[in-house]
Design a protein around this ligand. Sequence first.
Ligand SMILES: [Fe+2]
Length: 278
Amino acid sequence: MVDLHCHIVPGVDDGAPDIETSLSMIRQAKSIGVTAILTTPHILAHPAERATHEEHKRAFARLLDAQRSSDVADIELRLSGEVRVTGDSMRIIDDRAFTYAEEGKYILLELPSQEVPPYFSQTLFEFRLRGITPIVAHPERNLAVITHPQHAIDFVRQGAHLQLTTSSINGELGPTIEAASMAMLQAGIVSFIASDAHNLTMRSFLGWERTREALDLNFGADAKHLFSRLSASNPAAVLNGVPLDLVEIESDREDAFLESFSTQAGLKQEKRKRFFFF
Ligand SMILES: [Fe+2]
């Protein structure tokens, strides 16, 4: 597996606080089959955050030093960022520092949790225009996407790829987010799964294991291939800076998606209510 969204750079955000924790997190990732990690500390889409990126680079260099003489030296590590879109996003579109491994091929964009800002589609367009493929981080956790799932279709039509979080798929973030994740997976509009690991316990790399089980339950014979594509071959393309095909969605699939989305969300709500009353 290749994990393209997690927070293991020591002491720079709400992820690993120190190098020991970073190494323990890498060890945990290795134990469940992760072979490469693209680590993505939080950063804002603003030119002033160039300095924050330099800070991330220094902390990442210290981690690489420590990793070299450790028992996880064989895990490939690259530095990137989880770029929170802002009204200033247009001002960083020509700065490769915000893209995966500074290669100018892919960028991980995080929406505000409650909304899809009106400038977002223009932001996606501008990145695509420059040959940078946008990856939308965990759209299934965005309130506006959950209430208006058409947004997810729009992102894909605008040339973005969608990344779901392991703990969304395996139900750890609640039934609504789980239902949204399953609907997106069934519609075939998801390109990546990633851990978004922040620590060794509640938000850890171990979420991968339970996600594999959730896919087995929901996708039967197709689960293995789906898991392999979203956890290994597609993220390997980002790791290697190789282009991925655009995700195509036909209009009848779009209708089925919107319908299954609301049906699943409704069923989960119902289940939760029944559970609550018993
Ligand atoms: Fe994250």
